[in-house]
Design a protein around this ligand. Structure first.
Ligand code: NAI
Ligand code: SF4
Length: 425
């Protein structure tokens, strides 16, 4: 514990007290405190009251959607894995790297046993004997905290052989990434876990069918797995939390020009506008110009009333909210995003490797007032063709922000073409 680096100050607020119940203060909750505040009672309930199949049905009925960004129904993913014979693996994707996303780290650093409890219950439901947590290399404190929490859980019989005196045995190992964003893509992550270069595999087959070492593998995000003890505790009452079809708590990392950047827990009927208000509103009482939603896209002020759910008209994704105010240049922000995708492209597909580079070069020209309408047409061409000719989520989403800015902020693009941006000069 002495070796664990100082945790960064991140503001945390919750109107629900579910996922963030123990995570309000900037310190790690140890196993003693976790137990005395109800921790591991969901695991005891799961092992005493429910069969593995009961747990899978509970998760299916909860309609829990994956919190890593795609919103795929968790119960359905588990069911797919169960259709394939053992051995089955459980992998927790803790390679949180989407621009502006820092929600999973709060659970890992402050309430690690919540994640472990969720994984142990998931392992029981899936008939898995081994679970892995793949944590991003830039979370050194989280790595040490998880290692320590695993030791604590083993010492108290929650992990290892014959958990709590039952015939269920399950172990968890933590694996550190080496700083590549692409290793958050689930198949690149599995390659990396196997000790190979982190390049995505073609899907299908999905990991639920053929994952780690070619065996059925469920890859779930940290926040998704941390919902499992809550589902087991609340059972059908879970469906009273939040709007129909999008039940359960959700974490929203909010940053940029807001008064109180931080991680917020709310139900998914909260709108983007309300979320920004929850974060204290725009800094200095200014107006929102744009919201960058991680890799998902860019929204204008007149779109702020959308719900933060996974419906076609909802915000979706990881819930990442980066707020730009009236004095920010959208093209400047876009340059950061395109530089990121160019740098992180693994290079396997030519349209993604070259296209992300070209996007960034054209935007640099635009910023310098040297781009032409022909360059903008080429940007549009790239926005269609990079995703159409790529094999993984990075290539699919790399042009999202670019095409949104071209479509939703034409006046900003035009101002840069004329070299007359009010902000850049
Ligand atoms: P996806 O929609 O292709 O798949 C989502 C999940 O459902 C995967 O686990 C996949 O294996 C499973 N799945 C889908 N169809 C299936 C089927 N027929 N049978 C069995 N399983 C199936 O999305 P993908 O490419 O896995 O993830 C993209 C998302 O990840 C984006 O929304 C992006 O925002 C997010 N992301 C999040 C990051 C973070 O830091 N949290 C980083 C990078 C991307
Ligand atoms: Fe790599 Fe990009 Fe192809 Fe994904 S789309 S495999 S990141 S080159």
């Amino acid at each position: 514990r002495d070796k664990i680096p100082h945790l960064p100050e991140i503001h945390v607020e919750s109107s629900l007290n579910l996922l963030l119940r123990r995570a309000k203060e900037n310190r790690t909750v140890d196993i003693e405190e976790y137990e005395t505040t109800g921790g591991y009672s969901a695991l005891k309930k799961a092992l005493n009251k429910f069969s593995p199949e009961d747990i899978v049905v509970l998760v299916e009925e909860s309609t829990l959607r994956g919190r890593g960004g795609a919103g795929f129904p968790t119960g359905r993913k588990w069911r797919f894995a169960l259709m394939n014979p053992p051995p089955r693996y459980l992998v927790c994707n803790a390679d949180e790297s989407e621009p502006g996303t820092f929600k999973d780290r709060i659970i890992i650093e402050r309430d690690p046993h919540l994640l472990l409890e969720g994984m142990i219950i998931a392992g029981y439901a899936l008939g898995a004997k081994e679970g892995y947590i793949y944590i991003r290399g830039e979370y050194p404190a989280g790595y040490l905290i998880l290692e320590n929490a695993i030791k604590e859980a083993k010492d108290r019989g929650y992990l290892g052989k014959n958990i709590l005196g039952t015939d269920f045995s399950f172990d968890i190992k933590v694996y550190r990434g080496a700083g590549a964003y692409i290793c958050g893509e689930e198949t690149a992550l599995l390659e990396s876990l196997e000790g190979k270069r982190g390049h995505p595999r073609l899907r299908p087959p999905y990991p639920a069918q053929s994952g780690l070492y070619g065996k059925p593998t469920v890859v779930n995000n940290v926040e998704t797995l941390s919902n499992i003890p809550i589902i087991v505790t609340y059972e059908a009452y879970f469906m009273n939390i939040g709007p129909s079809g999008f039940y359960g708590p959700k974490l929203f990392p909010v940053s940029g020009k807001v008064e109180k950047p931080g991680v917020y827990e709310a139900t998914m009927d909260i709108t983007l506008r309300e979320l920004i208000e929850m974060a204290g509103g725009v800094k200095g009482g200014k107006q929102v110009k744009a919201v960058f939603a991680g890799a998902l896209g860019v929204y204008r002020e007149d779109e702020l009333d959308m719900p933060m759910d996974y419906s076609p008209k909802g915000f979706g994704g990881t819930g990442t909210t980066i707020v730009l105010d009236e004095d920010d240049c959208v093209i400047d922000a876009l340059l950061v995003v395109t530089q990121f995708f160019h740098h992180e492209s693994c290079g396997k597909c030519t349209p993604c490797r070259i296209g992300t580079y070209e996007q960034h070069q054209i935007l640099k020209k635009l910023k310098e007032g040297k781009a032409t309408h022909k360059d903008i047409d080429y940007l549009r061409h790239l926005s269609q063709n990079i995703p159409a000719n790529s094999i993984c989520g990075l290539g699919f989403s790399a042009p999202n922000a670019v095409s949104d800015v071209l479509r939703k902020f034409p006046e900003e693009v035009e101002a840069h073409l004329k070299g007359k941006c009010r902000i850049c000069g």
